[in-house]
Design a protein. Structure first.
Length: 280
């Protein structure tokens, strides 16, 4: 039996087991995918011994992506550039690391806007953490020329922008109006509005007529307060569930050697699960 898991702390909220279990069932694969809560001090030994325990690979979530990076024997170019790993594969006695977060975001946007030109749009990012880093990296790989990084801590925004000189411009949250003035895409990479997360800021989207799309990496709830505000202004919105599913595609392929099937049905399963969880 092929075995894989998502590793983090906390990890109880993760929908990754639902995603992979659905695909395993669709493909008729004799496999299992679990979620493992690991203490910080035990993370290294868990990774090093995982292959011996029968794992073909692991997904890594907060707060271990940078720790996982340091434990890998072989790294993809994306993982090297980001300094973080969300996918580990055990192969020929080696720990191999990759990062699929950013491309998962890109794929989720292309699902909704197939002919999108990244070169012809201006992007503004809320947040300057790990998710922002992965998404900005992927945007640049796909040709984005102008990216504004808006963050409460201006220094973090400046540090992240310095890695993309000539493309990225940092702004403090207090200067959000300047950061949104020319934006055609706004992306929330923070946990604002997430179930159990911090309250969201308020944005009057009608004041920024150039914004044509708002995307949120938060997937629970399905519609965040910022998404709702954007919809009221007639702006196209894309929620976070697509990113979650698309970053899982290469992981499933690596863990079980099969292509995922029936993505449309999977989205319905996940949405129904979140409705049940919301009503608990």
């Amino acid at each position: 039996m092929k075995k894989a898991a998502v590793v983090g702390n906390p990890v109880d909220h993760s929908l990754s087991p639902d995603i992979h279990s659905f695909w395993l069932n669709e493909a008729g694969i004799n496999g299992i995918y679990t979620k493992e809560t690991v203490k910080h001090e035990n993370f290294g030994s868990f990774i090093v011994n995982a292959a011996k325990k029968g794992y073909s690979g692991l997904n890594i979530t907060v707060p271990f992506k940078e720790k996982a990076f340091k434990l890998c024997d072989v790294l993809s170019e994306t993982a090297k550039e980001l300094g973080a790993v969300n996918l580990i594969i055990f192969e020929n006695g080696k720990i191999m690391g990759d990062n699929t977060d950013g491309q998962g975001f890109i794929d989720s946007v292309i699902e909704k806007i197939p002919n999108l030109s990244f070169k012809k749009n201006n992007f503004s990012i809320l947040g300057a953490g790990g998710a922002a880093k992965g998404i900005i990296h992927a945007l640049c790989k796909n040709g984005a020329k102008n990216i504004n990084i808006i963050n409460r801590d201006l220094k973090k925004a400046k540090d992240l922008a310095s890695s993309y000189s000539g493309i990225a411009t940092p702004y403090a949250l207090s200067d959000i109006e300047k950061g949104l003035t020319d934006a055609s895409f706004l992306i929330n990479t923070t946990t604002m509005g997430m179930k159990g997360g911090p309250d969201s800021i308020e944005i009057n989207f009608s004041e920024f007529p150039k914004i044509i799309c708002f995307t949120d990496i938060v997937y629970n709830p399905k519609t965040t307060s910022l998404m709702s505000d954007a919809l009221k202004s007639g702006i196209k919105v894309i929620g976070g569930i697509g990113m979650l599913v698309n970053q899982a595609v290469p992981a499933f392929r690596a863990f079980y050697g099969e292509e995922p099937r029936n993505l449309d049905s999977l989205y319905l399963v996940l949405e129904n699960k979140m409705k049940v969880d919301h009503n608990d």
